[in-house]
Design a protein around this ligand. Structure first.
Ligand code: SF4
Length: 353
């Protein structure tokens, strides 16, 4: 590939047509880091208001490190993939204690931080510190696969590694961060998944897929496994205007968030039976399941759930947090102060209604 031609055409295009985003321009490594973590798995339009609010609440590494986890999760609520927020928080702590409050400037050191993989390390090192490190997101992978007519799956480790090498070879000595962002922007706005706008593409003259008429065949993707589905039950236990919720253990899916107690329905179990069993195992209480509050569906990365929420009364025992960090009786009006995942927030909203 003609490296100099690609650099020139792409950077000219980027300076005129690149996206204008709130985290662009300033080279604050913390701002780059926060924005890139938020952008993983989440669309730009969704991220913008979260990013702006986050930067007002936690304007630097030190303020993030000082904040309690509950507050961090509350700020993140609605963005999903909560391990990202927990890792940001843990990493901020580490940056304060090990690096004097400044993010390290090399991709190698950055990769040692919790939640920082190749992509984020490359983005921070190149955008904030001007290092010639590749940062390849899904959009960028598509562009490079087409540009080089790459025939192997781009969602496999080998594909990512080889295309990252291609990108490294294209990076200019100066302005690697701009170049990385230009590749991603080209994928987001021109080299689109289904109908690439090759007529508007600054790289059409050097693109192998375009020359071969294979834009619609590339990139190749390894087919995804079908994800399992689970039936889940949740209890809404209300006493004297307060409802019982528990705080999930700190790690794992939705770790550190608050939820209505319950769990998966086992094979052959009825919904009420499953809920009574779960509440005995989780809280050590005997219960009676009453009417249904609602049914909620949600898809996570590796599985999907249908959650049946039931009003439930305790008929024996005092709730104890056997499988959670803690349990609390919370006034229904105060549920909004507790960070929750999407399904539990929907249950809380329906309860309030
Ligand atoms: Fe993508 Fe078409 Fe540009 Fe090639 S020419 S990079 S396929 S938009």
């Amino acid at each position: 590939m003609k490296t100099k031609t690609i650099q020139k055409h792409l950077l000219n295009w980027y300076r005129q047509s690149g996206r204008v985003l709130p985290w662009r321009g300033a080279r604050d490594p913390y701002a780059v880091w926060v924005s890139e973590v938020m952008l993983q798995q989440t669309r730009v339009e969704t991220v913008i208001p979260y990013y702006e609010r986050w930067m007002r609440t936690f304007p630097d590494v030190a303020s993030l490190a000082r904040a309690p986890q509950d507050e961090v999760l509350k700020q993140w609520e609605g963005l999903g993939y909560y391990s990202r927020a927990r890792n940001l928080h843990k990493a901020a702590d580490l940056i304060v204690s090990e690096f004097g409050g400044r993010l390290p400037d090399s991709a190698e050191e950055l990769r040692k931080l919790p939640g920082v993989g190749d992509y984020i390390a490359g983005a921070i090192a190149s955008i904030a510190f001007g290092r010639p490190e590749p940062a390849l997101d899904g959009n960028g992978l598509r562009v490079l696969a087409r540009l080089s007519a790459y025939d192997l799956p781009v969602n496999a480790a080998r594909g990512k590694r080889e295309l990252s090498k291609v990108l490294r070879g294209l990076l200019p000595a100066e302005g690697a961060g701009e170049f990385n962002q230009a590749i991603m922007d080209l994928g987001a706005g021109v080299c689109l998944p289904r109908s690439p706008r090759c007529d508007a593409c600054p790289l059409a003259g050097v693109c192998a897929a375009f020359a071969q008429g294979r834009q619609s065949e590339l990139p190749v993707r390894r087919s995804k496994k079908t994800t399992p589905h689970y039936e889940v039950v949740a209890a809404v236990i209300v006493e004297d205007g307060r409802v019982l919720i528990d705080k999930r253990n700190p790690d794992g899916l939705l770790g550190g968030l608050w939820e209505f107690p319950g769990g998966k329905v086992e094979e052959g179990e009825g919904l009420s039976q499953a809920l009574e069993r779960e509440l005995m195992e989780e809280l050590s209480v005997r219960t009676r399941v009453c009417e249904e509050l609602g049914i909620y569906r949600h898809a996570y990365t590796h599985f999907s759930v249908t959650v049946h929420a039931f009003f439930t009364v305790i008929t024996g025992g005092i709730p104890r947090a056997l499988q959670a960090e803690k349990v609390e009786w919370v006034a229904i009006d105060r549920l909004a102060d507790y960070a929750m995942g999407k399904v539990d927030r929907s249950i809380a909203s329906d309860l309030k209604k």
